[in-house]
Each structure stands twice: as structure tokens, then as C-alpha cells.
Design a protein around this ligand. Structure first.
Ligand code: ADP
Ligand code: MG
Length: 312
């Protein structure tokens, strides 16, 4: 991984929140080392309170780290010029209720210095991108959560950012809303944007991200591609038909077989020959083989495993 490829990096990033009520402080982020490469979609996943939003806020310069450092596009996050290349979707995007989608985007296009025809075109492009052309004049107070979220994303895209930072982009959305948001994230990815998102919604993350960092109590407790995190399949699941109880009990004594539950026979790791002997035994016992699968652990399994090990 060469340095040029890295768009965002943190080193020993730590944030302790102190207040009158918590003089000792709450360690929200604890010695975090992240590196996100150009064009990559990286997702921080972790339960509520694990420090995800705090990390994003530090990166955006909204709060200061207690110690450690972070850089974006090779510059310190204290360098204001960095922010021109970032688009941010906050967790609970606040949109002025008196505006509608068209006015909002027009307003932000103006803020970013667009004028005349280019400004109109940009507003059109963004409305069309997020599927809000027909609903452009619906006031925010009448917009669904999904519509608001898509407009908030459109707003984050006004400056055509190279890096998108999305905090819980799908939380609170219904299935259709989640699907639309996922589709938009994939579209941004296709356009070559680097995306850092955080979520406690594992299914969507699985669909969009290249790498995942699992965060728990402010620390990174696991990191990698989904395949790396999940590891290789560790068992073989054979679905059978027509095994009677006696045959099933006999099969359960086979040295390769882990257990037999109803129609499902589970094996530990087995090579092709070993698998073949088990399939033969099933047939000899009068059973039919319906399906042979080697399931990989899901991200949910990995998540639970990583957090379980951390809290031991
Ligand atoms: P996440 O986004 O993963 O849910 P947060 O970064 O919001 O986590 O919070 C991490 C920890 O820091 C939590 O224990 C939270 O209560 C605490 N925290 C967050 N913001 C503040 C704040 N402004 N002042 C004090 N504690 C905070
Ligand atoms: Mg959060």
C-alpha cells in the first residue's frame, strides 16, 4: 500500500470527553489507526456508543482529538483546504423546514460559488441523481425520512467531493429507503469516490463496502475485507431427504460428521474424497442428497465473534 493511495489516515487517534459530571472523562476513541485508500468504500461498524460518530467528527474538524493525528489527502485535518474536497452526510441531517429540495440545493450551489446556468444544471443533476425531480417542491416537513436523507446526500454532493463521509446513511429508513440509499452509495463508488461510512446496520455494509473496521468501546477490534474477516468456510452443510432416524443416528457416528439434525448433516472441514465417502453413506442409508453447501460466516457472525472476544 503506497502512501499516495491513502486518502485518509489516523494515527493513535484518541478522544476523551470531559465534563463537570465526568471529570475522569469518557474515552470515546482509543488509539485508533485507520487507513482508507483511494476509491475504497470503508465502513466502520460497531454498536451504539463505540465511538464512530466521534471519529467522523474529528476527521471533519468539528471537534479536536485529545491525542493522535489524522490526515486527509496527505494534509493535516487542521488544514481548511481539505474540507473543500469532502462531502458529509450527518447522522440526523437537519434540513430547514421552510425549504424544499430545489431551494436547498440551489442555496448550497450558491454557497459553493455556482451561478447562472451552471447552478441550474447542477441542481437538476442532483435532483435527478437522488430521484427527487418530481418531488422537488415538497416542503421538508412533508418529506419522508427517505426523501430527506436523499436530499441531505445531494447536499453533501454539491461540491463534487472526492471523499464522502456518511454517518449511519441508512438508519431510520424503511426497506425501500434503505435500498435507494444503498443504490446511491454504489453509484458514488462507481464514480470513483472514496467513501468512509459508519453503521450499525450490517446487511447494507456487506453490500457496499470493500473493507470493514469493527469498532468497540473506541477501539478497532477487527479489520479487513469481508472475506478476510469471515475466513474460509469451516463446515460443510448437506441437506438430505429420506433419512430415517436409525440411518441418521448411524450417520452421526461417521468420523467426519459433526452432527445430524433432521435433514441436515454437518461436516467439519473435509476434502473431496472425505466428502464423497459421507455422501455415499447417506445414499447407502437410503437418503437422497439435496444440497451441499459451504457457508461462510456472515458479517453478523464476525461482528458478534470479535466483540465477544473483546469483552471476555
Ligand atoms: P457511536 O457513533 O458509535 O454511537 P459516539 O461517538 O456517538 O458513538 O459516542 C461514543 C461515546 O462517547 C459514547 O459513550 C458517548 O456517550 C460519548 N459521547 C459522545 N458525544 C459526547 C459528548 N459530546 N460529550 C460527552 N460524551 C460524549
Ligand atoms: Mg453515531
Amino acid at each position: 500500500m503506497s502512501d499516495q493511495e491513502i486518502v485518509l489516515q489516523t494515527e493513535g487517534l484518541t478522544k476523551i470527553y470531559r465534563s463537570l459530571f465526568t471529570p475522569v472523562g469518557v474515552k470515546a476513541v482509543d488509539d485508533l489507526n485507520l487507513a482508507v485508500r483511494s476509491g475504497e468504500t470503508y465502513s466502520i461498524v460497531g454498536p451504539n456508543g463505540s465511538g464512530k460518530t466521534t471519529t467522523l467528527k474529528i476527521l471533519l474538524g468539528l471537534i479536536f482529538p485529545t491525542s493522535g493525528s489524522a490526515s486527509i489527502f496527505g494534509k493535516s485535518i487542521a488544514d481548511l483546504s481539505v474540507r473543500e474536497r469532502i462531502g458529509f452526510l450527518p447522522e440526523d441531517a437537519y434540513l430547514y423546514d421552510c425549504f424544499n429540495g430545489e431551494e436547498l440545493l440551489d442555496f448550497y450551489a450558491g454557497l459553493f460559488g455556482f451561478s447562472g446556468r451552471r447552478r441550474k444544471e447542477l441542481v437538476e443533476e442532483l435532483l435527478s441523481l437522488v430521484g427527487m425531480q418530481a418531488n422537488r417542491r415538497v416542503p421538508f416537513r412533508e418529506c419522508s425520512k427517505g426523501m430527506r436523507q436523499r436530499l441531505a446526500l445531494a447536499q453533501a454532493l454539491v461540491n463534487d467531493p472526492d471523499l464522502l463521509i456518511l454517518d449511519e446513511p441508512t438508519s431510520g429508513l424503511d426497506p425501500a429507503g434503505r435500498h435507494q440509499m444503498t443504490r446511491l452509495i454504489l453509484e458514488m463508488k462507481r464514480r470513483g469516490k472514496t467513501i468512509l461510512l459508519c453503521s450499525h446496520f450490517l446487511a447494507e455494509v456487506e453490500e457496499v463496502c470493500d473493507r470493514v473496521g469493527i469498532m468497540y468501546l473506541g477501539r478497532l477490534v477487527g479489520e479487513g475485507t469481508l472475506t478476510e474477516l469471515a475466513g474460509e468456510p469451516t463446515e460443510i452443510v448437506i441437506t438430505t431427504r429420506g433419512l430415517d432416524a436409525g440411518a441418521a443416528a448411524q450417520l452421526a457416528r461417521h468420523p467426519m460428521v459433526l452432527n445430524v439434525e433432521g435433514d441436515v448433516v454437518r461436516l467439519g472441514e473435509a476434502d473431496e474424497n472425505q466428502l464423497w465417502t459421507v455422501l455415499e453413506s447417506i445414499r447407502e442409508a437410503g437418503g437422497q442428497v439435496f444440497e451441499v453447501a459451504r457457508p461462510r460466516p456472515t458479517l453478523q457472525d464476525v461482528f458478534v465473534r470479535a466483540i465477544g472476544e473483546e469483552s471476555k
